[in-house]
Design a protein around this ligand. Structure first.
Ligand SMILES: NC(=O)c1ccc[n+]([C@@H]2O[C@H](COP(=O)([O-])OP(=O)(O)OC[C@H]3O[C@@H](n4cnc5c(N)ncnc54)[C@H](OP(=O)(O)O)[C@@H]3O)[C@@H](O)[C@H]2O)c1
Length: 232
């Protein structure tokens, strides 16, 4: 769908992260790329996705200015918050840590989606993607552990699904996706060995291809980096 758009004006939230940086570089080499706003804590030092008051005024200003995007990617998130690693056992569950996971991995992206939707093009194809995680799949959970991160990503998938329904009523050429990026070599996975870990550039190529191929019937779904649906 995005291939048919003459010029892509994008925003990447978390453009300074491992995957965010690679997505930005990949996007800037696409033939119809025009511009990208990097919305991250390097560019906007007061911004914190867990604190809506730190970014909502900026987005409201853009709305007043009539700014429009046809691609938005939310690439923020964390597995380890305030030095607390993901739980290995349910006995490690801690209310404060769980609340931190929801704030960063679910509520923050939800408010971000809320703020981004009015900035998306209304009368031409537009795509929004939020980076989720396969471990957020309830149906796929056979190992247990990581309950706070898992539950926050499951919530993110529901948030994406819910927002997509309203967006489709306003723009029938829209797609809002939750994407598992793969197991990617970034700061987030630095402490975790994995036989299938890939570089951020390799992951970004696949994610961006999936975003470019996204079509309205895919909206509200949860996909791997190749666009294959993952069960909720
Ligand atoms: N890497 C993987 O294998 C993998 C697997 C599954 C899912 N994911 C998901 O992919 C996304 C990106 O992960 P990554 O691997 O690129 O990790 P990363 O390199 O650690 O990047 C994380 C990004 O999130 C931002 N961030 C963290 N806390 C924030 C806060 N409070 N406010 C604003 N921004 C904040 C970081 O900004 P700062 O640099 O300013 O902290 C950075 O831009 C995450 O949602 C993650 O759950 C990754």
């Amino acid at each position: 769908m995005l291939d048919q758009v003459a010029e892509i004006n994008a925003i990447i939230v978390g453009a300074n992260g491992g995957i965010g940086q690679a997505l930005k570089a990949n996007l800037s080499e696409r033939p119809n790329f025009k511009s990208v706003v990097s919305f991250d804590r390097q560019t906007y030092p007061k911004y914190d996705i867990t604190k809506p008051e730190s970014f909502v005024p900026e987005f409201a200003k853009w709305q007043r200015e009539g700014r429009k995007f046809n691609l938005a990617i939310i690439a923020t998130g964390a597995l380890i918050i305030d030095g607390v690693p993901p739980e290995r056992r349910f006995a490690e569950l801690d209310a404060k840590n769980m609340a931190n996971h929801f704030a960063l991995n679910a509520t923050g992206p939800a408010i971000m989606i809320q703020q981004l939707l009015p900035l998306m093009q209304r009368h031409e194809p537009a795509v929004m993607a939020a980076l989720s995680a396969r471990v957020g799949s309830i149906g796929d959970n056979e190992l247990g552990g990581w309950v706070s991160y898992r539950a926050a990503k499951s919530a993110l998938n529901q948030i994406v699904r819910t927002a997509s329904i309203e967006w489709a009523r306003k723009n029938q050429e829209s797609a809002l996706l939750a994407i598992h990026p793969g197991t990617v070599d970034t700061r987030l996975t630095a402490d975790y060995a994995h036989p299938k870990k890939v570089s951020a550039d390799v992951a970004a190529q696949k994610i961006m291809d999936t975003i470019y191929k996204a079509k309205p019937p895919m909206t509200g779904g949860f996909y791997d980096n190749q666009g294959v649906a993952i069960e909720f």
